[in-house]
Design a protein around this ligand. Sequence first.
Ligand code: GDP
Ligand code: MG
Length: 162
Amino acid sequence: SKPIIALVGRPNVGKSTLFNRLTRSRDAIVADYPGLTRDRQYGTGRLGSQPYIVVDTGGLSGETEGVDPLMAGQVRAALDEADAVLFLVDGRQGILPADEQIANYVRLFDKPVLVLVNKAEGFDHEIAKAEFFKLGMGDPMAISSAHGDNVEQAINSILPKI
Ligand code: GDP
Ligand code: MG
């Protein structure tokens, strides 16, 4: 069966943009409204001859209070069923407390994780990666979901860890 890769991260980091690029579908709504895509969305991606399932999740704010329970449940369900996790962060904003809380939550699932520093187009990738290395989740990779930079490399990096 196809490996399942979950996309997690706080709202507006670019999960749905990455989902669309990986699946080349229009299933996930991408907009400038944080948290608009609240349900899990499934799509099929392909790396060479290897197909995989990618799961987009609604935002996970990282705060226990004020999180829509359904939304939190969707993220938990996606992490439960995932074989690997792509944890997106926003390279332009640096580490926010919500990122650290999500990191702690993701760690509980003990699945292969790759931190993706998104929106890195036009930024020094080494500086972006050094900042998010502090999350303690291994070597991040700098990507641009919008432009496609390093997106295939990210899949190529996570699939062998499954
Ligand atoms: P989500 O809430 O995590 O699903 O984030 P979205 O995919 O909806 O993206 C949130 C915003 O970030 C949108 O305005 C996107 O156009 C923008 N965005 C996503 N990826 C990139 C990227 O690689 N670079 C830049 N500059 N903006 C991006
Ligand atoms: Mg979204």
